[in-house]
Design a protein. Structure first.
Length: 263
């Protein structure tokens, strides 16, 4: 077995306009042709891995920020939020008037008013990421396969993302669910646009450890590529960590190398 590569998706494999460079496709295909394994390691659930990414040719994926691990179609690990816990989350967010979407391998399921109320936040998210035409971004362009009007009490959840009216919403939600992993995205600290909830103790790094055990592989043969704070456990779990030049200061400090995207 050659090296094992773990590649984040958003901001690393693709930019925040979801453009997939031909150079990245060629590099991955060449790596696999030379006997190396390549896995995407992403916050996305499997339902958000669209065909153009699979068409590159991959050995598998880590999804849901580490809650799901797949190797050549075989499920190595899948840690889910229980249906009872998902009901508590949905009821809490409804009670706080916080719109949300549920992330599962079977799809993304939006709350009743997510499409209209999340519009301004997603446009702001796009502006912060430097996306051309950010003011034209909509929920449906960011999440083309999102399901509206679906069942919200579910037993197949990897994660839940929810809108923040203020940072206090995140603090209160974190306090309400100490048995779950809480995070934010779309901005640092009080500038965050969204919060999220996932299975406690789940990280990209933890998922890599499970996959390496399954493959009987050594950490010294691993290389990780990422651009965000959530990628730090992935970089730390691998023999080599590569931080994107466009990434934040926190991940650059954890990476052994830096890569600046060209073109």
């Amino acid at each position: 077995m050659g090296k094992i590569l773990f590649i984040d998706v958003d901001g690393t494999l693709v930019d925040y306009e979801t453009n997939l460079p031909d150079s990245a496709v060629e590099a991955i295909r060449r790596a696999r042709k030379n006997g190396h394994r390549v896995y995407i390691c992403t916050g996305r659930s499997k339902a958000e891995i669209y065909q153009n990414i699979w068409d590159i040719g991959l050995d598998g994926m880590i999804g849901g920020n580490g809650s799901y691990v797949e190797d050549h179609g075989n499920v190595v690990l899948h840690r889910l939020i229980s249906k009872e816990e998902s009901k508590r989350i949905v009821d809490w967010l409804h009670g706080r008037n916080l719109e949300f979407y549920l992330e599962s391998n079977n799809g993304l399921f939006a709350s009743e008013n997510f499409e209209s109320r999340a519009d301004a936040s997603l446009k702001e998210y796009a502006r912060r990421k430097g996306i051309d035409g950010a003011d034209s971004v909509t929920v449906r362009t960011i999440f083309p396969d999102m399901i509206f009007g679906g069942e919200l009490y579910r037993a197949d959840l990897n994660k839940v993302s929810y809108m923040l009216h203020s940072y206090q919403d995140f603090l209160d939600t974190r306090a309400q669910f100490p048995d779950l992993e809480s995070g934010t995205w779309g901005g640092r600290g009080e500038e965050a646009l969204f919060g999220d909830l996932g299975v406690k103790g789940i990280t990209k790094g933890n998922a890599i450890e499970h996959l390496l055990h399954y493959l009987n592989a050594d950490r010294s043969d691993t290389i990780a590529f990422g651009d965000a704070k959530v990628d730090i456990p992935m970089l730390e779990a691998c023999g080599y960590g590569v931080a994107m030049g466009s990434g934040g200061d926190e991940i650059k400090k954890s990476g052994r190398f830096y890569y600046r995207r060209c073109g």
